[in-house]
Design a protein around this ligand. Structure first.
Ligand SMILES: [Zn+2]
Length: 68
């Protein structure tokens, strides 16, 4: 079973343990309480961004570009 991270409080939970879920920008997020779900729905961009996105400018694969 896949585990998910509740993006609001950062807790780990199984899909069947989730009290609610929300889809945002094609990604499904799971929440361990309806409270967290509600919080996420109020500001989804705040939580969706920090959980999964890589930092720009620190992408792997660019370091080899060391041409003189
Ligand atoms: Zn939570």
């Amino acid at each position: 079973m896949a585990t998910h991270i509740d993006p609001v409080c950062g807790i780990q939970l199984e899909g069947h343990d989730a009290a609610g879920l929300s889809e945002y920008q094609g990604t499904t997020y799971y929440f361990h309480t309806e409270d967290c779900l509600r919080t996420f729905n109020q500001h989804p961009e705040q939580y969706a961004g920090s959980a999964d996105q890589e930092q720009p400018g620190d992408a792997p694969g660019r370091k080899n570009n060391d041409s003189r």
